[in-house]
Ligand binder design. Structure first.
Ligand code: MRU
Length: 341
């Protein structure tokens, strides 16, 4: 399993996912601005992974601060945090990680700056380790819902490249396979930047899981023919009422599942649940460069001057979600409010 992000010898290394599956190359980051740019340009993507990377970016930025006064140090770190939060607005994990680091600094404002630098580094590493553990638990809970012989549909990439460990949506698949269940996974290609084709299909094959790639518009037809037993997807931000922001096209999959009576599961670490938002209407949906739609791998496919919508995410209303697989157990949408953090 390759790591999406690593801390080595005082530097952050980010796997450049734009090059996958053709090339495995890490971006060496010695400056937090390089980390922020890598998040923005999708070198690293996936809600938990960008939460981890942004925390490492903050720890990195702290390293070469010379001031010995808390106020100056804190002001600088807040600026770095704002930069991280501005990279991608929909996934809650960056905000969540920044709030954690912010609280750490406030709680330790009486300590010297060198201690604060160490604490920031340790917290970033802890955020990474906790995500690995959460993935494992999500996998164990989710695998109980997978039967021998099941075919699972997934959308986008919610695998190890999007997280610190086994992934969220892919963790139940990996554990089910380890349990000896014979499963098949169908991956939507996920236009416009093809996370399903380039990343999920590749990761599933690395894990020796029977993987089939389909175009995004094939899912309904496969469901109609009884070829799909369940869908499992990840989430970038789930609100308290159970509304799920995830990669554009997830809503379509959920509606199709409802029509065909197929369970639709969302695999979500607690870090992806926004306990401050009561409904999905409050979520800011990122709109990305229209060129992502107009070009495929550098080749223009749409006429010059055509208008383009490029919403990166959509929101699936809670009523379409059968259950959430989290590290704290399995919850129906209406039960999320009861989770104690
Ligand atoms: O634009 P991306 O590639 O960052 O979108 C990622 C997704 O939508 C994933 O499904 C989501 O972050 C869940 S990742 C465990």
């Amino acid at each position: 399993m390759v790591n999406a992000v690593e801390w080595r010898n005082g530097k952050v290394f980010i796997l450049d996912q734009r090059l996958l599956p053709l090339e495995i190359k890490y971006i060496e980051c010695t400056d937090y601005r390089v980390v922020a740019e890598a998040i923005k340009n999708l070198s690293i993507r996936g809600a938990p992974a960008i939460g981890i990377a942004s925390a490492m970016g903050v720890a990195l930025s702290a390293q070469d601060q010379n001031t010995s006064y808390f106020d100056g140090f804190y002001r600088f770190i807040k600026k770095v945090m704002d930069t991280m939060i501005s990279t991608r607005p929909t996934a809650v994990n960056i905000e969540w990680a920044m709030k954690r680091l912010d609280k750490l600094l406030i709680d330790n404002a009486d300590k010297d700056v060198n201690t604060l630098k160490r604490l920031l580094y340790e917290e970033a590493m802890l955020i990474h380790r906790e995500d690995i553990e959460a993935n494992l638990k999500i996998g164990q809970y989710g695998a109980e819902f997978i039967k021998d012989g099941d075919t699972i549909l997934t959308h986008c990439n919610a695998g190890s490249l999007a997280t610190g460990g086994y992934g969220t949506a892919t963790a139940p698949m990996i554990i089910a396979k380890q349990q000896g269940k014979k499963i098949k996974v169908i991956a939507d290609e996920t236009r416009p930047v093809l996370q399903g084709a380039r990343l999920t299909a590749w990761e599933l094959m690395q894990n020796d899981i029977d993987a089939t790639l389909i175009t995004d518009n094939s899912a309904g037809w496969l469901m109609k023919q009884g070829m799909i037993d369940m869908a499992i997807v990840g989430t970038d931000r789930t609100t308290l009422n159970g509304d799920v922001a995830n990669k554009i096209g997830t809503y379509t999959v959920a509606v199709l599942c409802k029509e065909h009576n197929i369970p639709f599961y969302v695999a979500a670490p607690i870090s992806s649940i926004d306990f401050n938002m009561s409904s999905g209407d409050m979520i800011r949906i990122e709109q990305r460069d229209p060129e992502e739609v107009a070009y495929i791998q550098g080749q223009r496919i749409a006429p010059e001057g055509v208008k383009i919508f490029n919403y990166a995410f959509d929101v699936t209303p809670a009523r379409y979600v059968t259950a959430f697989f989290t590290e704290k157990g399995v919850f129906k949408p209406e039960e999320l409010r009861g989770i104690r953090i």
